[in-house]
Design a protein around this ligand. Structure first.
Ligand code: 3UK
Length: 531
């Protein structure tokens, strides 16, 4: 490219200092080191993606990424435009996502589990210029185009008359847009206790930081690995495990569009010969039960990673007995992009999140704003170079959460006498159920819509595997309804009207709920009564 020099788009890791310093060139498009670098370094014939029976090499990946970037530019998108992707995990996800980045367009990987009204909100909120979607999701994204005046391009990714034909017809040569390490690169959306999900804005350097500091150094992924990640690419845990970490080191990835059940995940692990596996604790728990019923040959597996919710020690121990492999639990977030406190392969304390990942600073802060004495519980803050630049269009929330270089995780933590970080729940009332955000307020609101319910409070409670699930405390209009039939009926009502994982696993009938003088429900009092 005219005006591009050899030293553009490079990052140098200075191994002589701890933590390592990462030095970026002033002109830096992250698609070059993650995609094109493998060709210049001679890995073009190495398999990048394994998708059903297809194998896609790094050379083919690089070519398709450039084609996709050209196709998006030809459609009229320009650098700086935002492109919402409602895309299932597949090779096309990689082409479109990286093609956009290479062209300077900002992809937003939206959850594929959203409903029509969620997509409508997200598209209007992001003020995006383009929307591309997997044809399987066409029903949910239908007519969202009308919700945003900014939207110029709406196109299915696959099928007849789709982006895939434009990509096939486009040129395989594309000069990388001359972005910088701090230019906005991509967004993910994250939900909170009330209101709408927030756009989390990440810049070009962020995925380099997570891939080097956690993916390579802590998870230990190398170019010879075959990585299978059960979490989807729109969830930043899956985004790292299933895409950026393997790409950073030139490893192979197993790509599969379906939701991973325990059986399916075990099948994939066995058949793909995966050496590295990423999953969430709820899935590991289910895989333990499935494996106990029918053992598998997982002889290639050498490393297992977990995040999204706390991994109970019992699941760690049982998985290790069954497979011989330790699970490294670590805490991460969409805002930090990936894991910043983690166990290490030679330093594991089951039931804890481990120790800070080198390169990240963490502190535990009390209600007075000061760091608490060792061993006391406080709110966990984190500082690191992959922290999101801001929440999109939400200065109030950005200001509260991101103070200087520090980010408030909203998690309660303490440090045990040996220096391991132990999770002690959330500072807010939010729950992580199967690693997915679950707002008690949303479940309560749904229960209140039921004619039998007068008042409702929802809190988290550990199940038999020690994983958190919602429990509801209800005041009914008519005490005569306090029976098993009502429990079943109310659970069914929630299953029908909420995402499947949100229904209350336990329902308790009470005469009154603990409240403040102003009438606010005191969920912490219910939690205390459980302890
Ligand atoms: C909770 C954990 C205990 C915690 C995520 C790894 O989960 C991820 O991102 P989200 O934005 O949620 C972040 C919140 O989830 N959490 C995550 N991991 C753990 N709690 N132990 C854990 N190991 O409340 C955190 O604030 O959905 C995880 C990598 C990338 C991610 N985005």
């Amino acid at each position: 490219m005219s005006g591009t020099s050899e030293s553009d788009h490079t990052v140098v890791v200075d191994e002589s200092v701890t933590p390592n310093t990462l030095r970026f060139s002033a002109v830096f498009n992250v698609a070059v080191p993650f995609i094109d670098r493998h060709i210049t370094e001679g890995r073009g014939s190495h398999v990048a993606l394994r998708h059903n029976a297809d194998e896609i090499t790094y050379a083919q990946l690089a070519e398709n990424v450039s084609r996709a970037g050209n196709a998006l530019l030809k459609l009229g998108l320009i650098p700086g435009d935002r492109l919402v992707m409602a895309a299932l995990d597949a090779p096309m996800f990689f082409y479109v996502f990286w093609g956009a980045i290479k062209a300077g367009i900002i992809p937003i990987a939206a959850s594929t589990l959203l409903k029509h009204s969620d997509y409508r909100y997200l598209i209007a909120d992001a003020q995006c210029a383009g929307l591309v979607y997997s044809s399987a999701l066409a029903v949910e994204v239908a007519d969202v185009a009308r919700s945003s005046p900014h939207l110029r391009i709406v196109l299915p990714i696959d099928g007849p008359e789709s982006l895939s034909q434009l990509i096939a017809a486009a040129s395989p040569k594309l000069d990388p847009a001359p972005t910088t390490p701090m230019t906005d690169c991509f967004w993910l959306y994250s939900s909170g206790s009330t209101g709408h999900p927030k756009g989390v804005v990440h810049v070009h350097r962020d995925m380099v930081i997570t891939s080097e500091r956690y993916g390579r150094k802590v998870a230990g992924i190398g170019s010879a690995d075959i990585v299978f990640c059960a979490s989807k690419l729109f969830f930043s845990f899956g985004f790292g495990g299933g895409m950026t970490f393997p790409l950073w080191v030139g490893a192979s990835m197993v790509v599969q569009p379906e939701r991973a059940t325990a059986e399916l995940a075990l099948d994939y692990l066995e058949r793909s010969g995966a050496t590295v596996f990423f999953g969430v604790p709820t899935l590991y728990g289910q895989m333990v039960h499935a494996y106990e019923k029918r053992p598998r040959r997982l002889s290639a597996l050498r490393r297992c990673l977990s995040a999204g919710e706390a991994l109970p020690a019992t699941i760690f121990n049982r998985w290790k007995e069954l497979t011989g492999v330790s699970i490294l639990d670590g805490i991460g977030s969409t805002e930090v992009l990936h894991i910043f406190i983690s166990n290490r392969i030679d330093d594991i304390r089951p039931g804890t999140s481990g120790r800070p990942v080198p390169g990240y600073e963490v502190k535990i802060v009390g209600e007075d704003g000061n760091v608490v004495p060792n061993g006391e519980i406080g709110t966990l803050w984190v500082e690191g170079e992959s922290n999101a630049r801001c929440y999109w269009n939400n200065p109030e929330k950005s200001q509260k959460t991101m103070v200087g270089a520090w980010l408030n995780t909203g998690d309660m933590y303490y440090v045990d006498p040996d220096g391991y970080y132990v999770n002690a729940g959330r500072a807010d009332d939010m729950l992580k159920v199967g690693a997915m955000w679950c707002s008690p307020i949303e479940i309560e609101a749904k229960l209140l819509e039921h004619p039998k319910v007068r008042e409702a409070a929802v809190i988290g409670r550990p199940d038999e595997d020690n994983l958190i699930k919602p429990a509801a405390y209800l005041v009914l209009r008519n005490p005569e309804d306090e029976n098993d039939t009502s429990v079943a009926e109310l659970q069914q009502f929630c299953k029908e009207h909420l995402a499947g994982f949100k229904y209350p696993r336990w329902i308790h009938f009470v005469n009154e709920l603990p409240k403040t003088v102003t009438g606010k429900i005191q969920r912490f009092k219910l939690r205390q009564s459980l302890a």
